[in-house]
Write a protein that binds this ligand. Sequence first.
Ligand code: HEC
Ligand code: HEC
Length: 437
Amino acid sequence: MSKSLSTIFVPALGGAALVLGLAYGLSARSYGDSKIATLEGNLAQSETRENSARGEAEAQALRAADLEAQAAKLQERAAQLEQQVADLSAAGTPVAVLPVASLRSAPDGFGLGRSALPEEIAAWDIDVSPDGTGLPVGSGDALEGEEVFAEKCAACHGDFAEGVDNWPKLAGGQGTLDHEDPLKTVGSYWPYLSTTWDYVNRSMPFGAAQTLEADEVYAIVAYILYSNDLVEDDFVLSNETFAEVKLPNAGGFIIDDRLQSEAHFWKPTPCMTDCKESVEITMRARVLDVTPQEESAEAQAPAAEAVEEAAVVEPVVEPVAEPVVEVVALDPELLAKGAKVFKKCKACHKLGEGAGNGTGPLLNGIVGATAGQVDGFKYSKPMLTAGAEGLVWSEAELTAFLTKPRAYMKGTRMSFAGLRKEADIEAVITYLRSFDN
Ligand code: HEC
Ligand code: HEC
């Protein structure tokens, strides 16, 4: 797409209508694509927001479907035009290259789309600047923050923001920036508190982004400051006190001046061949361990080889006894609903052939399996203990777990609030059943 957008091949002789049509088709197609991506983003977002109005989501889904249909039509038209151009150049018609920018802007636009509504802009416009511009009204202190943090963040970031396993540490590390292995945290490294506020508000808790209230974010950020010994525990962080807080490393950054300071590296014509006299391999990524090997990739490799072999070997037809499989008919409607509910799990769990562990364990065959047994996944102690004591993920146990994971199993690493509706749980379990080991 990027190539066809920067330049378009058009016949030099005649065909002005074709030129415009092609430009129109291509730019409109990319517009349609990005519009859909945006709408899908909006949809995903509104789904994670617990109290989002369902009606609105459905309206968006309809609009997305509508746009998708429009884009499909445009794509078809663009493909036709591209084919025409290809045919012309194949037939020996001289073809010139025109920059698309000269063709793309029609004075009144192309009559596509509509202006964003104020509430749509407001929903996206959540950034906060270092001076506090963009902050909503609200407040919270470290004591309140500690509670929310314990509930929503500590599973990954530790009770004292010290980090669990390899999850990021949010506190400590002051004075280590000049060490060989510096510990970069909000306290030791981040220049502005606005970044912390914005980051937490925008993207945390991991997997349930933008579910926090403004007051909760203020309280949590106060707690992170407190954990870094930057404020007292009774300090109330609010939109009014925000600008008072200065982070220790605020002066530790410089303006990027590489355009001047590294100008001598740059040449108008970069060397592309034989640029070095001799080339030797000094290290391998595998040894350096920059590319962690995924189990799923390993598991897939032999299968791929087997397929290649099978392609070469003459087919031998052998009667194979059908394995006796107990087939449970799954209600297709429930399955479809379950697939939708599973979107809430997708940030952490994978399903299906060739999938592996993510933040959470691979869930193939989980219904009826013993808890805490997926190969290569690092479970919490409570989950391992439950498995060792014989916990089996029956429908009843799964239902209880998924209703309120952390009430069901204290200390579980699954940082997920739970599914409120029984019907959703039933559906997602049905969906899980459709993936066996
Ligand atoms: C399920 C695990 C998980 C939970 C729960 C979680 N986080 Fe995170 N957090 C992460 C991961 C993973 C990253 C790193 C993301 C990246 O680098 O892209 C991160 C990064 C951060 C960072 C930036 C750290 C840095 O120095 O780069 C902050 C701040 C943060 N989280 C705050 C929070 C807060 C506050 C909560 C609770 C409201 C929370 N997180 C809940 C996993 C989690
Ligand atoms: C934020 C990440 C996250 C989300 C979202 C999440 N999980 Fe989990 N899940 C985990 C982690 C981590 C574990 C391991 C828990 C432990 O070790 O205590 C887990 C464990 C499980 C287990 C037990 C697996 C086993 O091997 O015993 C099941 C079942 C499960 N999750 C189902 C779900 C379903 C269904 C959803 C969606 C409705 C979901 N999870 C959402 C992270 C998540």
